[in-house]
Design a binder for this molecule. Sequence first.
Ligand SMILES: Nc1nc2c(c(=O)[nH]1)N[C@H]1C(S)=C(S)[C@@H](COP(=O)(O)O)O[C@H]1N2
Ligand SMILES: [Mo]
Length: 326
Amino acid sequence: MLIKIKKDSDLSENNVTDEVVYLNRPRRQFLQKAAALSFGLPFLNPLDSTASTDATLQFRKTSFEVKESDRPLTAEKLALSYNNFYEFSLDKEGVSKNVEKWKVQTPWTVEVSGIKGGKKTFDVDQLIKMAGGLEERIYRFRCVEAWSMVLPWVGFSLAELIKKLEPDSSAQYVYFETFSDKKIGANMSLLPQYPWPYTEGLTMKEATHPLTLIATGLYGKSLPKQNGAPLRLVVPWKYGFKNIKSIVKISFVKDRPKGLWEKLNPDEYGFYANVNPKKDHPRWSQASERVINGSFFPKKIPTLMFNGYEKDVADLYKGLDLAKNY
Ligand SMILES: Nc1nc2c(c(=O)[nH]1)N[C@H]1C(S)=C(S)[C@@H](COP(=O)(O)O)O[C@H]1N2
Ligand SMILES: [Mo]
């Protein structure tokens, strides 16, 4: 049974628009419709989302938690059916459908450059082993579009991996790239003005912060395709778009790299993308967020500085004007 409930007031009630709308003037009307659909409830359909690359996942529990009484864990079916993954669809409910045909390559390899030995290629299992194995961490997740979830990731500390990789001493930043194969992500061909592949970057300090995770699982299972199989970045104090999916390349570099969104629209999407309720997006407020909970009336809650991780990360940005460095 497929139930889709759409509430027309969702868009008018707040002015939030998809990242995508502004960027495609000729396609604007279609996209606004897509955006309007996205702000209804996620599809409540039975999901075929166990598209995993390995069946067994062994991980440790950790104390990285979000109090259930404060912010309840997002239902799995919502996290697996309300997605941003533009390589597959602009429509959040379309992603889980459009990934169905994708056969995730095994072993999936990641090319790493700017390290001792120059350039090396690793498969996912090697990366997990180098980083000391997998663990579960429950993190708040806040999209720049002003919606949020609470998600139980399974993954490894990027800091631990970086220690083993031995980056060049000149490296100041880490640059990540998603696959660029348009046969996998057919939607890329429909968005030729986008600077594919999807890319993102972090400072070395951010990349080696203990909260920064490379996720290979979600809800105790291998990462579903729509969530960025087989491995994606999770930086919980930053807006969702920094959390690049399906990584194929990691480079340690001297100069500050630009992510896809910054390349497209630097006035709206900066390098830092730290969650900040006091710094509005040019087209909407960031002071509050809609909790994705499958309800008719998405609950609105105040957005927290650094998404609630201020104690952990504020030091990284000491002396930086966060209004300018957004
Ligand atoms: N490769 C790639 N990574 C991506 C995106 C994308 O379109 N392509 N979207 C980003 C955005 S805007 C968000 S909010 C999160 C959504 O992750 P989720 O679908 O697992 O919730 O993925 C981020 N990573
Ligand atoms: Mo996002």
